[in-house]
Design a protein around this ligand. Structure first.
Ligand code: LMR
Length: 331
């Protein structure tokens, strides 16, 4: 068994229990902390970050090592950006919906039914407008290094969701994204902002009736166990922004370029596997007794229709040109 597969096996076991750090530093090296909120095994972000840590340790052997804190064991997404600015962690990769306090630019990723595939998101991140977003929070002490792709988000609830009106009156867990809150409100439902670590408990105890997330999050978080079923709405694409601080980048000195090249390489490799990870998670939900509801074209069109007005509300903050480019229009 290789060192990496051993790591993934232990990570798989650890993903269902609290875990402090996933990669051990031997002592003596400079420790770089990467904090995130999801599982490791079977998760596009968890596996990418684990691989980054492994290769970082090889590349900077003896001088620096990376400790990964997965499953919200160090900071929730609400706290991690503050921690980054204080130097308590050096790296994080929150969902783009978690940056509203620092920039409105990232909201474009969350507009419902704008992106419909990994390829569409990737194409946007490679445009001038997409690249500009990486540095849009520099004034707040946050630098974007690159992107991690997860997949399309799906709605689930404690009763079957087929038509948008089935969601009316229910309470759904929301991220802190204003776009997501508006999207849920457009269903005549109530958004309740909760940290990712709280979602399973909130669904189980009825604090909320439903949630929306990707197949890999719904599977690794076991949300399907405490829901009636998951409806394949494919309403948003979950993208993560890998962030660091200018102080950390400056402190790397001559290693700066080698580090950013490594991040680019590992994220490209794992982004190419994100679709397969989500497909596997979708199948695993079914294999474990969860219900997956597919929508007809007509049923899905009704969800698009109800949520489309959300775009108008955020157009001024995001910028019409950015929305046009993201929609596959002009560059
Ligand atoms: C969520 O809070 O729903 C997700 O952003 C969690 C994650 O990092 O995938």
């Amino acid at each position: 068994m290789t060192k990496f597969s051993k790591f993934l096996c232990s990570a798989a076991a650890l993903s269902v229990m609290p875990v402090l750090a996933q990669a051990a530093c031997d002592g003596g090296e400079r420790v770089i902390k990467f904090s995130h909120v999801t599982a490791v095994a079977g998760h596009p972000k968890g596996e990418m970050v684990a691989a980054l840590a492994e290769r970082f340790d090889e590349q900077f052997d003896g001088t620096m090592c990376m400790e990964v804190f997965a499953n919200s064991t160090l900071f929730s997404d609400d706290k991690v950006l503050e921690a980054l600015m204080l130097g308590d962690v050096q790296l994080a990769a929150p969902d783009v919906g978690k940056f509203d306090a620092y920039t409105q630019k990232l909201q474009v990723f969350n507009l419902p039914f704008l992106f419909d595939s990994t390829e569409a998101v990737q194409a946007f991140t490679e445009t001038e407008q997409g690249e500009e977003i990486l540095m849009s929070m520099e004034g707040s002490g946050i630098i974007g290094l690159g992107w991690i792709f997860n997949g399309m988000r799906q709605f689930s609830a404690n009763r079957p969701l087929v038509e948008p009106r089935d969601a009316a009156g229910l309470k759904f867990r929301a991220t802190t994204s204003e776009v997501t809150e508006a999207m849920i409100a457009a269903l005549d439902a109530t958004p309740q902002a909760l940290a990712f670590a709280e979602v399973y408990g909130a669904l189980q105890t009825g604090v909320v009736d439903g949630q929306e997330n990707t197949w890999s999050n719904i599977y690794t978080g076991k949300f399907y166990e405490v829901q009636d079923g998951v409806t394949e709405t494919n309403h948003q694409f979950l993208t993560y922004l890998i962030v660091t601080s200018p102080e950390f980048l400056d402190s790397l000195g001559d290693d700066h370029e080698a580090f950013t090249t490594l991040v680019d390489e590992v994220s490209a490799e794992y982004n190419a596997r994100a679709n397969a990870a989500n497909e596997a998670a979708r199948q695993a939900i079914i294999d474990n007794g969860g219900t997956v509801r597919e929508l007809t074209d007509e049923q899905r069109a009704a969800w698009v229709e109800v949520m489309k007005p959300v775009w108008k509300r955020f157009e001024a903050d995001i910028g019409t040109e950015v929305i046009e480019v993201a929609s596959g229009g002009a560059d």
